[in-house]
Design a protein around this ligand. Structure first.
Ligand SMILES: Cc1cc2nc3c(=O)[nH]c(=O)nc-3n(C[C@H](O)[C@H](O)[C@H](O)COP(=O)(O)O)c2cc1C
Length: 176
């Protein structure tokens, strides 16, 4: 890739969606670092509406994989973190703020996973009402808590090249 070689920048360019996993568990200390990184993300008025359901149970991973059309890899992941948002806690109780805050937390979690040598993939739940309903029932989520995405996590079983999808046509200097 035509980018300055720099360990810190590799965090961004080297992060890829990893969907194939090698055997191996993720210990509690590593999970704690991932969650701390997620909760270091920006949040509108620091409301921190994000909530995290950590799933290690193999049967539950299988059920998530079956429920989510893009989530087949969850059945072979070491674990999943289901990122949810509490609408009661979000700024002005608005879905727009909840989604932006949760997305920032998800990206932090993905970048942290990459920094730790883990493989991770964002599996969308929101805005599919069917996926959300199934996940909500499976995880016994309270009414105001919306499942946004399941993050599959494991030790990487595939290597994907670093890259950017930079497109100069998407950039408008000074004005559109
Ligand atoms: C909102 C959102 C939902 C996504 N849902 C899925 C999914 O259900 N299954 C999946 O395999 N990847 C999913 N992805 C990952 C994208 O497919 C991936 O980020 C994209 O192809 C770019 O590849 P990269 O992450 O390796 O750069 C999702 C990403 C986002 C932002």
């Amino acid at each position: 890739m035509n980018t300055v070689s720099n360990d810190k920048l590799d965090l961004f360019f080297g992060r890829r969606s990893i969907r194939v996993y090698a055997p191996g568990a993720i210990d509690e200390q590593t999970l704690s670092i991932l969650l701390k990184a997620a909760m270091a993300a920006p949040s509108a008025m620091t409301k921190d509406p994000w909530r995290f359901v950590t799933v290690r149970n193999q049967a539950m991973l299988g059920r998530l994989a079956a429920a989510l059309p893009g989530g087949k890899m969850l059945s072979t992941a070491a674990m999943a973190v289901v990122v949810c948002g509490d609408l009661d806690a979000a700024l002005e109780q608005r879905l727009g703020y909840l989604l932006q805050d949760c997305s920032a937390a998800i990206e932090n979690l993905l970048l942290c996973a990459h920094a730790l040598g883990l493989g991770a993939c964002w599996v969308g739940i929101h805005p599919s009402e069917d996926s959300a309903r199934q996940v909500r029932e499976m995880l016994s989520l309270p009414k105001a808590v919306l499942p946004i995405a399941a993050i599959s996590l494991g030790w990487p079983g595939e290597q994907l090249e670093a890259r950017t999808r930079f497109n100069p046509a998407y950039v408008h200097p000074e004005r559109w």
